[in-house]
Design a protein around this ligand. Sequence first.
Ligand code: ZN
Length: 495
Amino acid sequence: MPAELVLRNGLVDVGAGRFSRADVAVSGGRIVGVGEGLEAEEVVDCTRLAVVPGAVNAHCHSNENWFRGMWDNLPLEPWMLFSYPVLAAPAQSPEEVYVRTLIGGIEMLRSGATCVVDFLYELQGFTEELLDAVVRAYRDLGLRALIGLAIADRAYHETVVLDEALVDPALIARLERDKPPAWPEWESFVRLAVERFHRPDEGISICPAPSGPQRCTDELLIGTAGLADELDLAIHIHVLETRMQALSGRRMYGRTLPEHLDDIGFLSPRVSFEHGIWMTPSDVEIVRDRGVTIVHNPVSNLKLGSGVCPVPELLRAGVNVALGTDGMCSNDGNDMYATVKLAALLHKVWNVDYEEWLGASEAWHMATEGGAAAAGDPDGLGRIEPGRRADLVLLDLDSLAFTPLNDALRQLALGSTTMAVSSVLVGGRFSLREGRLTGVDEAAVLAEARARGAEIVGRHDEAFDVGRRLLASVRQGWLAAMGTDVGVERKLPTR
Ligand SMILES: [Zn+2]
C-alpha cells in the first residue's frame, strides 16, 4: 500500500550527524519508510530542501507571552516578583489566553520546534476553560504540546530567601492568607485535566509540574510522583536554577534539593529538572542513576544571571540533556534554533581541552533526541526513522543559511537557521507550508495580540506594585545567597 505522503529526495538527517539523499514516507502520523523510490498518494519534491526532525522545545512558559521585552538586569527572584506576581495577578479571558498561546507557538514553529513543553502557570487560578484555550491554540496551530500544570502549595515568603524585617507585616499576613491551594485540590484538577485533554496520539499531553521543590510540601511532591505512576505521566520541575534555590534547599532540608527529592522517592525517568545549574557532583550522580533528564535553557540562564548548566559534565556522566527556550520574558523570544546555536557555543568557555568541547552535534542531539524524553515520548520523537512520529522540518537549501553548503549539520546548528525554515509537519500534517501557517491566520492573530497586549500588561499595575514592595527584602536575600557557600563553585574560569 502506498504511503499517504512522500518527501522525495531531500537531504535527510539520518542520525548521528549524518545527512544523505533519501525519500521519507509518512502514513498515519508516523514515518513509515526512509529510502529510495518510495511511493505515495502525495509526493513533495524536496530536492532543494533539508529534511530534519522537529526540535523539542523542552521548556517554555506561555503565560509569559505578553511580557516580551519587559525587563532586563534582574536576576530570577527579583524578576519573578514582576513576571510571576505573588499577589493580585489579574484575570485573563479564555480568548486572551488563546491569542497569548498562539503568539509563542507561531515563533516556535517558525524556528524549527514541532513540540513544546509548556510549563503553564495560571496565577489567577487554573480553570478548565483557560486550559481549554491553551489546548485549542496548540491544536489549531498544529504544534505538539506537553502542557505541564504548574502547581505549588507553600506561601511565597517561605519559598525564597528574603529579609522579612523589610516587609510590611500586613503584606506577610496577606501572603499567608492567599497561599496556593493544597495538594488534594491540585490532585483533582490534574486528574480532570488528564481525563479531558491528555491525548498523546492527537498531539496534546498533560503532566503535573511542581513549580520547584522549595515551593512545594512533601505531601504535594509525593502525591505528584504517585499520580504520575498511576496515570503514566511525565513530571517537570524547576530544580537548582539559582544560587538562592540551592541555599533555600539547604536551609529547608539540611541537604541538597536532589538529595531531598531522592529521599522522598520522587525521582524516576519520568522526571525532568529544569535548569539543574547548581548541582553538586553527587547530585549529578543521583540524576544519572535515577534517569532524570536535565533541561538546559541557555538564553534564560544568561539573561537572569542564573549561572551556566554544567552540560559537559552531565553528558560525560551519561545524563540525558534536553534544550529549552524558557519563557518570553527570560528570553524575549521563543526562537528554538537560536537556542541550539547558543547551546553549541556556550560550553566552549569551560576550562577544558578543546578536543572535549561540545558543539554543533551535541547541541543538535539535545534539541532533538534529548528532548524526546522530556516531552514524555522518548521513542516517538527526535529522529527520522520508521515508527517515529512524522514531526519534520523542511529547510530551504537555497536560503542564505545554507549558501554555500559546506556542512549541513554545522550550518544547521551554528547558523541563522530560522530564516531557512520553509515547511513544518507535525504528526504528518503540514502546520507550516512554504512559509504559510495552515491552521491559523497569522496576520490576524498578530493584529489581535498588538491590539490587546498593552491593556493586558497595564492590568498588572497592582501586581507590579506588590512586587516593588517586596523588592528590597528579596534583594537582601539575593545578596546573602551570593555570599554563601552552597557547596558548589560553578564559576566560569578566568584565564
Ligand atoms: Zn521555567
